[in-house]
Ligand binder design. Structure first.
Ligand code: NAD
Length: 375
């Protein structure tokens, strides 16, 4: 089986879908791997390292020619897949809802498109979960981005010239990214507090040595929510949350927001009026900026200043740690291919009715088949 690894073509995307390490392991499974020249360059992986790992290096057309699987970080241009074998797998983060037009084009190109971000959150699929691996790094990087913008130190320092007090960091949304943000801010010596709508996060916040800030008396989301995700909260909850945040945020130096609701725009958690109560020089990092933003005024791809507060809205934060993000992303894809590898067929096979297959398969036999997209 031939597996193709394409060079990403979206602006600002520095990650790559296979590293020399995963190329070697794909080779050990029995696959031959073709890598487009320069595919790993922005992430620090040279063509020569892929060649050493057993890959052939070529241009885009030669790379895709006859491939039975094409690996990407983001979805490639459907026109680039013309030379792939009929029914070839496309394995990448495909943004199925946002790029529905492209899903139709993948179907027309007779590609079986597999959206890795729709991997179900079940134990067996944890090692294939690109959302977790990338969010974890984004949560870490958000804190470093905040520290870089902040004109003060994070830890308390007692010096001969006087004492510097610890930064107060507030993390809003305690999923994978939020938990890593809490841990990173704590390691830097900040005083950390955090909030979420899912009551199950309270203990997780405490176990990381941070202070939980929770709406009391109005029900949020008990337990874990569907698949561990949050849903929309009630109007009464949102009102109570806004009041709680207003009281808390005025005393914070750094706010990191990570709140997402699958399939919906990100919830608005911080208003312009709330920003105005923060001390000048404070920093807000909005990790949800590309999904509509948790913070009023946050702008994708920019750092803006409102009321003296720096609002950081970097796009594609995992790509800012391209080497590690690629290493983890590539392993997620490798784990997926390995889990379904059929030795006799010499290729991966998705069993009929498999929960993972049903969740991630968007197209098959020239049709869009994903229930999630069709319903
Ligand atoms: P996410 O990226 O969808 O959302 C980030 C956080 O924002 C979530 O914790 C969510 O509850 C929170 N949020 C949503 N609306 C909010 C609001 N109005 N105010 C405050 N916070 C709000 O979440 P995620 O990082 O993907 O993780 C979601 C859950 O899934 C976590 O419990 C995680 O541990 C779990 N998970 C399970 C697996 C598995 O395989 N079993 C894998 C990864 C994650």
């Amino acid at each position: 089986m031939k597996i193709a690894v394409l060079r990403e073509n979206v602006e600002g995307e520095r990650r790559v879908a296979a590293t020399p390490e995963t190329v070697r392991k794909l080779g050990a499974l029995g696959a031959s791997v073709a890598v487009e020249a320069g595919a790993g360059e922005a992430a620090g992986f040279a063509d020569a390292a892929y060649a050493d790992a057993g890959a052939t290096i070529g241009d885009a057309v030669a790379t895709v020619a006859g491939a039975e699987a094409v690996l990407g970080v983001q979805g490639p241009n459907p026109a680039a897949l013309g030379g792939a074998a009929p029914g070839a797998w496309l394995v990448a983060a495909l943004d199925p809802v946002g790029r529905r037009d492209r899903v139709d084009a993948y179907a027309a190109a007779r590609v079986e498109a597999l959206a890795m971000e729709w991997m179900p959150r079940i134990t067996r699929a944890q090692s294939m979960d690109i959302l977790s691996s990338q969010s974890n790094l984004a949560g870490y990087k958000a804190v470093l981005d905040a520290a870089a913008e902040y004109g003060r130190a994070f830890p308390m320092m007692m010096t001969a010239a006087g004492t510097i007090s610890a930064a107060r960091v507030f993390v809003m949304g305690v999923g994978v990214a939020g938990l890593q943000a809490i841990a990173t801010a704590r390691r830097l010596g900040a005083q950390v507090s955090a909030t979420d709508v899912r009551s199950a996060t309270r203990e997780q916040i405490q176990s990381l040595g941070a202070k939980p800030i929770f709406v009391e008396g109005v029900a949020g989301i008990e337990g874990e929510g569907t698949g561990g995700y949050a849903g929309e909260t009630s109007d009464a909850y949102r009102q109570a949350q806004a009041e709680l945040v207003s009281a808390h945020i005025a005393k914070q130096d750094v706010v990191i927001t990570t709140a997402l609701i699958p399939g919906r725009p990100a919830p608005r958690l911080v208003s312009d009026a709330q920003l105005a109560t923060m001390r000048a020089g404070s920093v807000v990092v909005d990790l949800a900026v590309e999904q509509g933003g948790n913070v009023e005024g946050a702008t994708p791809g920019e750092v803006v200043t409102r009321h003296g507060v720096r609002i950081v809205g970097h796009r594609n934060v995992p790509s800012r740690l391209a080497a590690d993000a690629s290493a983890l992303f590539s392993r997620n894809l490798l784990n997926f291919l390995t889990a379904f590898w059929d030795k006799d067929a010499g290729r991966p096979v998705l069993p009929e009715g498999d929960e993972i297959a049903e969740a991630i398969r968007l197209t098959r036999g020239g049709q869009v088949v994903s229930q999630r997209l069709l319903s």
